[in-house]
Ligand binder design. Structure first.
Ligand code: PXL
Length: 269
């Protein structure tokens, strides 16, 4: 079983590949990578970070891989360093996804109602196209609203259904409802399902990456979508609960490492 994770390296801040590699590897499967950009830190709260766009390196990486004949059972894309990389993910799907393999797109581009630094309406438009090619998409509420072209305030749980026009299996994370936080998704019958967790105060950049990586890892281990959503949500919530008290400066990311063992115990039962 081989996973390809396409995401950035934020050298400090525990998101993207710094989260996907340990979590997917811990699930017991190979996690190969395409780094989309290298940043000194993530962009969520640090000032003066560096950003090196690696778009130009990707075609030669792919040309080499073609000579190896590698194929991936799961391709999981996250934060992309440029608009061109959206087309590259499509091309990677065509060339490198094994028969019966799955493309999982986390359309990373914003949170808390706003796009992240450097993302534009044109990027959102292009990302819609990539979502149309995905087997699963994993937007948070902000990203779901941008994909649907609706104001952030107007998002409702049922809105997940509208995303089915883009991808038949949308999984929307971070939906606030009373004291809970919900994941809302359409199952294989097109029915809306929700998974509810305790809403713990405190925003951590990278929480979506922990969820997505655990979801992908659980699918590779043969778990159903429903099981994978539950495992990933419980893992992410446990990491947030712990980090709310253990991590004084939230910019440095979740203490997800301390919850990996419990996640794996549940994964292996
Ligand atoms: O976790 C999302 C993410 C990924 N990569 C980079 C980011 C962020 C969120 O801010 O800045 C570089």
């Amino acid at each position: 079983m081989r996973v390809l994770a396409i995401n950035d390296i934020s050298c400090i801040g525990k998101c993207s590949l710094s989260v996907s590699l340990p979590i997917i590897s811990a699930c017991g499967v190979t996690c190969d990578v395409i780094p989309t950009a290298i940043l000194s830190t993530h962009t969520g709260g640090f000032e003066g970070y560096t950003f090196r766009d690696l778009t130009d390196d990707i075609p030669s990486i792919l040309a080499h891989w073609k000579t190896l004949g590698v194929k991936f059972d799961f391709i999981y894309s996250g934060y992309l360093g440029s608009m061109e990389q959206i087309d590259l993910v499509s091309a990677i799907k065509k060339e490198f996804l094994a028969e019966g393999g799955k493309l999982i797109v986390d359309p990373v581009m914003g949170d808390n109602g706003k796009l992240y630094a450097g993302f534009t309406k044109a990027y959102v438009e292009k990302m819609r196209g990539l979502c149309r090619e995905a087997d699963y998409i994993l937007p948070n509420v902000t990203e779901a609203c941008y994909l649907l072209g609706i104001p952030y305030a107007e998002y409702m749980q049922e809105t997940a259904q509208k995303l089915a026009e883009l991808c038949p299996r949308p999984i929307v994370t971070g939906i606030h409802q009373n004291n809970d936080i919900l994941v809302s998704y359409l199952d294989e019958n097109g029915d809306l399902q929700t998974y509810s967790s305790e809403n713990i105060a405190g925003f951590f950049c990278g929480a979506g990456d922990v969820f997505a990586s655990a979801f992908v890892g659980a699918l590779t281990r043969g778990k159903s979508e429903r099981e994978a959503v539950g495992l990933a949500a419980d893992f992410t919530t446990a990491a947030i609960r712990r980090s709310a008290t253990e991590v004084p400066d939230k910019r440095y990311g979740l203490n997800f490492e301390a919850e990996i063992f419990t996640f794996l115990q549940k994964l292996n039962t």
